[in-house]
Ligand binder design. Structure first.
Ligand code: KG4
Ligand code: ZN
Length: 338
């Protein structure tokens, strides 16, 4: 069904954190429509994502979000070939809403349901732009993860390194809290850093002793100490924080490229929405003579187009959720034995 002349239409569903999203993607690359409702504004009142609140908001949003995207795409339920849903990692209550919805719809329509990995999906946001080129390096920088992979082919990611403590997004979110800003902190740190003039405050970057890993917990402590000394200049502190994250990411990727001199680097995840990071990697690409690929800003943060894009390749590979499978709160990716 679907393979051959007819285009394969996959409905993607994302509900792993605080965004309820749906999208319809054709052949893993052509986005027909996308919709998203975020509870971030509600979460901001609590200073971070409260799992119970997120789950309740997903339960209210999921039906209207899916309904809307099908209308927008002018795709009927009968036109779908499969449903792809984020199976993990993420918050259990949040994942349960998307997975249960997808399975129920799949069962009613006799459609295959494909459970996808949220982080792998982030990387597949790049497949909406142009075909992925292999082998390549892939850097995933989100609110919960910072990982570097060798991308050897479709569905073939080999992890080269990861954060040993906080994720880069957490460094932004915790730094924002220190500077008395609300969740999510990344966009606000970026805006504040844009006001910096002196740009000469420095935060240390962890020495990973040549390994391809990251560490951002020290950045948080150092941000607090720097802010205590420069309370009158929060914009300079924000700049220093952003700059420390940029230096840590680019230095590690440069090291990885020396070991794996590929021609393409793919970036993904919410933190790659950051303008300074996008610019720094563009420079790195020029200096190494390689192509840097970053999805448009709205597909860096959580969305369902990336879920449907990855779902296509998993569908082709014959992956289906088993009859008794549920969400996977912890879900390793690209490690030995996966
Ligand atoms: O990928 P994502 O939407 O969700 C996860 O899967 O974690 O990433 C969310 C993270 C948050 O930590 C948020 O502060 C960060 O991405 N973020 C940014 C920017 N926009 C979002 N960080 C820095 N600069 C931004 N412009
Ligand atoms: Zn994400």
């Amino acid at each position: 069904m679907g393979e051959g002349e007819r285009n394969t239409k996959i409905l993607g569903i994302e509900s792993s954190c605080d965004e309820t999203a749906a999208a319809v993607v054709e052949d893993g690359s052509r986005l027909l429509a996308t919709s998203l409702l975020s509870s971030a504004a509600i979460q901001a009142q609590y200073g971070g994502v409260v799992p119970e609140v997120a789950a309740r908001e997903h339960a209210m949003a999921i039906l209207p979000v899916v309904d809307w995207v099908l209308r927008e795409a002018k795709v009927g339920l009968g036109d779908l070939d499969a449903i792809a849903v984020t199976q993990g990692p993420g918050l259990l209550g949040s994942l349960l809403v998307g997975v249960t919805f997808a399975r129920t719809l799949g069962s009613a329509l006799h459609l295959p349901v494909i459970g996808v990995h949220h982080l792998e999906a982030h990387l597949y946001a790049n497949a909406l732009e142009e075909p992925i080129r292999f082998p390549s390096l892939a850097l995933l920088v989100s609110g919960g993860h910072t990982s570097l992979f060798l991308w050897e082919g479709h569905l073939a990611l080999r992890q080269l390194g990861q954060t040993q403590d906080d994720a880069a997004g957490e460094a932004f979110d915790k730094g924002a809290r220190i500077l008395h800003m609300t969740y999510p902190g990344g966009p606000q740190i970026e805006k504040l850093a844009g006001l910096a003039r002196r740009k000469n405050l420095r935060l240390p970057v962890a020495d990973m002793h040549g390994r391809l890993d990251f560490s951002f917990s020290g950045v948080k402590t150092a941000t607090q100490a720097l802010y205590d000394k420069h309370v009158q200049e929060p914009e300079e502190v924000a700049y220093a924080l952003q700059d420390a994250v940029v230096r840590a990411l680019t230095a590690t990727v440069r090291r990885a490229w020396q070991q794996h001199p590929v021609k393409d680097l793919y970036l993904a995840g919410g933190v790659t929405a950051n303008g300074a990071i996008r610019e720094a990697f563009a420079h790195l690409g020029d200096s190494l003579g390689i192509s840097i690929h970053i999805p448009p800003v709205s597909y860096c943060t959580d969305n369902a187009a990336m879920v449907a894009a990855l779902g296509y390749y998993r569908w082709q590979a014959g992956d289906r959720m088993g009859p008794f499978e549920g969400p996977k709160v912890l879900f390793p990716l690209g490690q030995e034995g996966d």
